[in-house]
Design a protein around this ligand. Structure first.
Ligand code: PEP
Ligand code: MG
Length: 396
């Protein structure tokens, strides 16, 4: 495929911060892609450059990209990786590389007259042929809705970053309805108890007290009042690198207590990202009672995921293309995870755009979950809606 036209624009994300949008055209086809941005970024993520710097870098590489014929996504991404020439993408920036890589996928899918999720699934099967049966036996992802925002995603409140509800249905419409009902119930609880309604970065409520357990107790009470005990489970993203150091006393006992008291479905990043030993310890203590998920620990990097697998430290991984910077490498991380029976949760970032690429990625990867914040923000709801639409197409 030859790219005929390529433009880079600065747009605003859900936090009203500058981010990148690429427009790419080939023949009769034209696509757009935009980059999300994280706030609780793992140390080992691909580098991130400012939107202004990205515009400059883009001008330097644009003509090279327009001149060349690319026969595959892999060839396109490898060309970018070579142009960048650094181990952590600090030259071109992971964000600039990612918008280009995503746009190329979309364009290639259009040329091949495929939906994006079909194109991505075929790329995965092409690279990991043994995964064909796993990937073609499609089960829609569970939705992980963030209802209380803490940590870096909130001006004050608990250390833990995300208190999530997970409706226990793979029917997208039913899941979205349950989320609506539950969130309305949670807002009523806040009002009844004289807590103000204010919202964090991912559209969940801000809980004003510095207490990590109380939000879970509230979530449980609301679920009981709504008679939804058998329909909704809870998950947590502690994002512990934002408040724990590797050498800090380990809160293993606290985690054991809350896993039991609230029957947590999954627990993401319970320890500092360099503290693999405690991930392993907690996982061995809880067996399969609750799934331990790596995010800052593994940053969508096949080598780090492999290391965590070898140490038996995790049951699943968060997949964020923006942590790695190209879709080819993101698919490598997914393939390796699936080969090792890890659960996959494809995730948005705390600064989001109207790009719904990750919805197609979650379907292509047959992910266990899609984590896209709260439906109160259009940038997040659009991803859940895209999965719903794909499911509607698939069931026709
Ligand atoms: C996360 O930690 O899962 C997350 C979405 O946060 P951020 O995008 O701020 O890194
Ligand atoms: Mg996380």
């Amino acid at each position: 495929m030859k790219i005929d036209d390529l433009q880079l624009k600065i747009i605003l994300d859900s936090r009203q911060e500058k981010t990148l949008e690429v427009q790419m055209a080939s023949g009769n086809y034209y696509v757009k892609s935009s980059a999300p941005q994280g706030k609780s970024r793992g140390e080992k993520e691909a580098s991130f450059i400012s939107a202004e710097e990205a515009l400059e870098k883009f001008q330097n590489i644009k003509s090279g990209l327009l001149k060349k014929e690319f026969s595959s996504l892999k060839e396109f991404d490898n060309f970018l990786i070579k142009l960048d020439g650094t181990p952590n993408k600090s030259n071109l920036g992971g964000n600039l590389m990612l918008v280009l890589s995503m746009a190329f996928c979309r364009l290639q899918a259009k040329e091949e007259k495929k939906e994006l999720y079909q194109f991505l699934r075929e790329e995965l099967i092409h690279n990991f042929p043994l995964l064909d049966p796993v990937l073609t036996d499609y089960q829609p992802p569970y939705f992980f809705f963030n209802v209380i925002n803490g940590g870096k995603h909130s001006p004050f409140g608990p250390n833990f970053q995300e208190y999530l509800i997970v409706p226990q249905t793979q029917n997208s419409e039913e899941s979205l309805n349950l989320a609506k009902i539950y969130f309305a119930g949670l807002k009523s609880w806040f009002l009844k108890n004289n807590y103000p309604l204010s919202y964090g970065d991912e559209g969940g409520l801000v809980f004003p007290e510095k207490d990590d357990e109380k939000p879970l107790a509230i979530l449980k009470e609301v679920r009981k009042d709504l008679l939804l005990d058998d329909k909704i489970k809870f998950s947590l993203d502690a994002a512990a690198s934002t408040f724990l150091k590797k050498e800090d006393d380990s809160p293993v006992d606290f985690y054991l207590k809350i896993i039991n008291n609230y029957q947590l479905l999954s627990l993401e990043d319970p320890f500092h990202e360099d503290d693999l030993e405690n991930f392993k310890k907690l996982k061995s203590l809880i067996k399969d009672q609750c799934f331990i998920i790596g995010d800052d620990l593994t940053v969508t990097d096949a080598n780090l995921i492999e290391k965590a697998i070898t140490r038996q430290a995790i049951d699943g991984v968060i997949i964020k293309p923006s942590q790695k910077g190209t879709i080819t490498e993101t698919l490598e991380a997914i393939g390796l995870s699936l080969k090792n029976q890890l659960k996959i949760i494809v995730s948005h970032r705390s600064g989001e755009t109207m790009d719904d690429f990750i919805a197609d990625l979650s379907v292509a990867a047959n992910a266990w979950g899609l984590k896209s914040g709260n439906i109160t923000q259009k940038e997040r709801e659009i991803k859940y809606q895209r999965v719903k639409k794909i499911n509607d197409i698939a069931s026709r």
